[in-house]
Design a protein around this ligand. Structure first.
Ligand SMILES: Nc1nc2c(ncn2[C@@H]2O[C@H](COP(=O)(O)OP(=O)(O)OP(=O)(O)O)[C@@H](O)[C@H]2O)c(=O)[nH]1
Ligand SMILES: [Mg+2]
Length: 192
């Protein structure tokens, strides 16, 4: 373990980055494409509903993420699983202001968290659109999604200590540039 981290440090010193694959999923209208553009290009862009996978590179410390925005409409959700075998991290985006769709979002999130193709892949759950007045609190969302037994904490705890998949919620606003940096740093820690 120590040797591996030492080799990575040497590579990082010479400017080499480790490549990692990041999957951005969640219901339609949650903010996945907005996230990708915001983080990759720093811009707030209005996108049409995503029907074809979009992909951009995001550099974060020693990692170079290839991030896939897969679209969240029911007929495109079926392809999410095709990406699971090769993925290093998952960002699941929830519209925290759309309580009427929490049940639907929970069902999709549960099927990701219980999927045996990706038992160790870290999952960051973005509670997006917290700038909207209808947005629920982090506590209410965690309760509605029954995430208390699953969440592993925002701290960076070594994988060996956790002994299970790392999962955590992060309140975000892509409009107000809030929260997503912390979520990405947390993911990077578990992927590096
Ligand atoms: N208020 C607010 N609106 C947001 C935020 N993030 C995204 N939106 C808006 O939510 C709408 C949907 O965003 P998209 O990023 O296109 O959603 P998506 O998840 O990619 O949806 P599909 O491609 O249909 O699966 C857009 O009008 C965005 O401007 C946010 O943090 N706050
Ligand atoms: Mg989209």
């Amino acid at each position: 373990m120590f040797l591996l981290s030492w080799i990575r440090d040497i590579f990082a010193f010479f400017g080499f980055k480790r490549n990692a694959k990041l999957l951005i999923i969640g219901l339609d209208n949650a903010g996945k494409s907005t996230f990708l553009d915001r983080v990759a290009d720093g811009r707030l862009v209005q996108n049409p509903p995503t029907l074809q996978t979009r992909c951009k590179q995001l550099d974060l410390g020693r990692l170079r993420f290839t991030a896939y925005d897969l679209g969240g409409h029911p007929h495109v959700r079926r392809i999410w699983r095709d990406y699971f075998p090769a993925v290093d991290g998952i960002l699941f985006v929830v519209d925290a202001a759309d309580e009427a769709r929490f049940e639907e979002a929970k069902a999709e999130l549960d099927s990701v968290l219980t999927c045996d193709i990706t038992p160790d892949v870290p999952v960051a759950i973005l509670m997006n659109k917290i700038d909207r007045k209808e947005a629920v609190s982090e506590e209410s969302l965690v309760q509605a999604f029954n995430l208390y037994p699953t969440k592993t904490g925002k701290e960076h705890v070594p994988r060996e200590k956790l002994g299970r998949r790392s999962v955590e919620t992060f309140p975000t606003s892509l409009v107000k540039r809030l929260g997503y940096g912390e979520a990405l740093r947390w993911l990077a820690y578990y992927i590096e």
